[in-house]
Design a protein around this ligand. Structure first.
Ligand code: PLP
Length: 461
């Protein structure tokens, strides 16, 4: 495999943009001491171009796994222009709505698992999770169970960055140093089979996790718990697929105790793992679903909280759901959402996600032998390589070296992969072809072949 170092062309305008970026943009999830900047100015298909003119292969679905249909689609530009000419926005609060929000809500109800027919729109995943948490609490309150305020979530989950969703998120840096977080949130162990021995001892993972859930419910008191939130498969946690009996058994326990289940499908919906909604494949039977990211292809921000008639009716009767966002049901976002879902369907992108997963599985396999690679997991089009500083003890690699791995993959191969914790994650646009998937996986394998367990990357040969 050749190492095609992108040729930087540091023009005055690229330099100016990078300098202005360093001076003015506050970057999330990026250490202040990292000065490297990639200013993306154009995209087409699975490729994007930076301000220096480097072509980069997007194996991270727009960076945060939100791009099912790829970049720069003419068709979406036309839909957007048409919608702006017709109506850019008028509120969807009170008695108002618009044709695109109505049609997208109906389409989502058609695609969602049985019994989920109502939709509250918003502008992203964190907002969708806020809506779900408030809806779950208010639902119980309205039914005379005002003590049901606790939310169960899991370590290694990602649910967002606002106070509610950020507290439910299972990564402590999200809660650190920002004062009291949302009260009444309890974290459970995740289904993390690579670490089964440490987490569950000799017990069957599902037996352990269900027992822990039962004990937690008994400790907090079933009459005090509103809902459990969980991603069907945990994406940011490192593509953690639960055992097949996990969700059905968790579901049964929750149902027995009158606790609602929120499926966070911000990453997994709209084809990413081979289905419209991944919860349907895991027998999760959620009461509410949160989604965002790929719903409008990443062309505009859009999120949604889906729920059953019973929950929706309970919220809107008896005084209404005093909740909402200025731009909920934005017709431009919903028009692009409808167009995106049409493309996912027309181009068979859910099935394609499984094919991409097969390509990744075989192309990434050589990395399993490397000293710093602990585990390789593929689910649908999502792939995670878990990096360790000791394969024997499975000690997770520090986040710093993992970020350097992602930089090196981009710098030496022009491929964008996502570092998250001790993981390198791939989640490309679902239009990726076999040559591109091989190139992306090959880049990851090549760089990891140079990574020592001490986190050092040897120079390219
Ligand atoms: N839920 C999940 C599963 C996510 O992965 C994310 C973001 O990565 C969110 C919620 C938050 O979404 P947003 O960043 O759009 O607020």
């Amino acid at each position: 495999m050749s190492i095609g170092t992108p040729t930087p062309m540091l023009t005055a305008s690229a330099r100016e943009l990078e300098d202005l970026d360093r001076r003015h943009l506050i970057r999330s999830m990026h250490r202040g001491d990292i000065t490297d900047r990639a200013v993306i100015v154009r995209g087409k298909g699975c490729n994007v171009w930076d301000a220096r003119g480097n072509e980069l292969l997007d194996a991270a679905g727009g960076g945060v796994w939100h791009s099912p249909i790829g970049h720069g689609r003419e068709e979406l530009a036309e839909v957007a222009a048409k919608q702006i000419r017709e109506l850019e926005y008028f509120t969807s609060l009170l008695e108002f709505s618009n044709d695109k929000a109505i049609r997208l809500a109906a389409r989502l109800a058609e695609l969602a698992p049985e019994g989920i027919d109502r939709v509250a729109f918003c502008s992203g995943g964190s907002e969708a999770v806020e809506t779900a948490i408030k809806a779950a609490r208010l639902y119980h309150h309205r039914r005379g169970e005002a003590d049901r305020t606790w939310i169960l979530a899991r370590h290694y989950s990602f649910h967002g960055a606002t106070y509610g969703s950020g507290t439910a998120t299972g990564f402590p840096p999200m809660q650190f140093g920002v004062g009291p977080n949302l009260p009444h949130v309890e974290k459970l162990s995740p289904p993390y089979l690579y670490r089964a021995k440490d987490l569950y001892g000799d017990k069957d993972p599902t037996d352990f996790l269900v027992e822990e859930l039962e004990q937690t419910i008994a400790r907090i008191g079933p009459g005090n718990i509103a809902a459990m939130i969980g991603e069907p498969i945990m994406a940011a946690g490192g593509v953690l697929t639960p055992p097949p009996d996990y969700w059905p058994r968790v579901r049964a326990v929750l149902r027995r105790h009158g606790i609602l289940l929120i499926a966070d499908e911000v990453v997994t919906a709209f084809g990413r793992t081979g289905a419209w909604f991944d919860s349907a494949q895991r027998d999760m039977e959620p009461d509410l679903i949160t989604t965002a990211k790929g719903i409008a292809g990443g062309y505009v921000p859009l999120g949604a909280t889906l729920m059953t008639d019973e929950i929706a009716d309970t919220l809107i009767n008896n005084g209404g759901f005093f909740h909402g966002y200025t731009f909920q049901g934005h017709p431009l976002a919903c028009a692009l959402g409808l167009a995106t879902l049409d493309i996912v369907e027309r181009e068979g992108l859910a099935a394609k996600a499984l094919t991409i997963g097969d390509w990744f599985r075989s192309a990434l396999a050589p990395a399993a032998a490397f000293p710093a690679v602990g585990d390789i997991r593929v689910e649908g089009s999502l792939a995670a390589l878990e990096l360790v500083s000791d394969r024997e003890t499975r000690m997770p690699m520090d986040w710093g070296p993992v970020e350097q791995v992602a930089f090196e993959i981009r710098r030496t191969h022009g491929v964008i992969a996502r570092p998250y914790g001790q993981m390198i994650v791939l989640a490309p646009p679902l239009i990726m072809d076999q040559g591109q998937a091989r190139r992306a996986a090959g880049a990851v394998v090549e760089v990891l072949s140079r990574l020592g367990a001490d986190g050092r990357i040897a120079p390219a040969k």
